[in-house]
Ligand binder design. Sequence first.
Ligand SMILES: [Zn+2]
Ligand SMILES: [Zn+2]
Length: 481
Amino acid sequence: MKKDTIIRFSRPDFEIKKKHLSKSGKDESFLYGLFSKAKGHDNDIYICKQLILPDDNELKNQSPVSIEPDQKYQSVAYSLAYGQGLTIIDSHTHPFSQNAGFSGIDNHHGTKNAKYISENFPESTTMGMIVFGEGFDNFEAQIWNRKKRKFESVNRIEILGTPTTILVNNKQSRKQKINEQYARHLIIPGWDQGLLENLKVLLCGLGGNGSLIFDSLLSLGFGSKKGWIKACDPDILEKSNLPRIPYAYPEEVGCSKADIAQIHANNRTPHLNVCCYQKSIEENEILNIAKEANIIIGAVDNDGARQMLNSIAARYSIPLLDIGTEIIPQDSIYEAVGQVQVFIPGQTGCFVCSGTIDPCQAAMESMSKETETSYEKAGYVRGSNETPTPSVLHLNGVTSHLAISQLLKLLFDDNFKGTEFLHYNRQKTNLLTASISPNEECPVCGVQGYLGSGDEDIENALKDLSDLKNNAEFETAESSA
Ligand SMILES: [Zn+2]
Ligand SMILES: [Zn+2]
């Protein structure tokens, strides 16, 4: 399969860029951005890390048909890219063109600059160009391949956050016919079925909550064109799961939850691109798939996996939606709660700074099987196999569909802030919302964090994460002794 090349922006970054590039009205406009790189499962992704806005006097020859950066502005951008090993992508506009494409002059200058960078910059650095047409809803883009010494087309630009937009290269976009099956969606004001069809969604967890989310994603028609639905769960179906996975049958007990979901999708929505994996998020293949996702949904039952998803979302600028339910026995009655929260990189705080992940619990939950068993024997691990947690379909139903509703708001609704943390309480029959704002001090999404850093230093980061886990295990062991 031929690789796609993808450029990704967070919505706030793209808005800054668009505002800057629109400022000059009828004249062409120009700016540099620095991009980190991620090698996904099938494709390469360039993630916007920093925009470098020029002052008005840093552009030359600005007219409706031409634009050029001045030497000083160019050298600032180049030296920042050189120092950090990032890719430089310049963007300019063709304000009168509804199908923007590079001119001969664009290509001439671009090739000259790309060759200069190949010859003088560290190997991880290359150069790309984007030209936007009228309204910023059409583009052409290319990135220089240093080995092949030529430009390669960028297939899509992803603007992730609220609202989410997927733009397909002008060279490839054709008017796409909408499936009649979704006719009732199309008449909902503000609905964008085309976006759902081109979106790439990763769902982690195919248990009680995950299976309901999975079925909803199929019903909504995610991934029927250039998008996909991918889902992962390492577990097999047990008899006690049957009451909560609506598409699972008694004869499938012992099969993997992933296989059962795949069979269901093949039967119910054969027109969608769906792939389910019997793997966990910690496996490399799933990590590489996650990098390519436009939205990640976590329906996992532990804070260890939640922490991992939070890091991936921050690093690759991908919105993350998390769902959790819990039934807490209280004497002869029970308390049932469901929670839905989102992390939109660049827009909201993450799960670490909002305090919704307990780092100690996270470490306990991502410990090795062996350690886990010894802890279980001592009665430390909540919800382990020895002490199954109570669970029931209707609580998962309420919470999963709240999550789907938040997901659609995130994708479509300009006014969605993403800071709402939803908490459903069965006992009181109410829905509490709490607001979570970004925190500059956060080690993940704050100024010293790693928002948008892509694969940069990924091996060390993964090692740090496992060191942290080991240390936490050690401390926990001491304190419980
Ligand atoms: Zn041009
Ligand atoms: Zn944070």
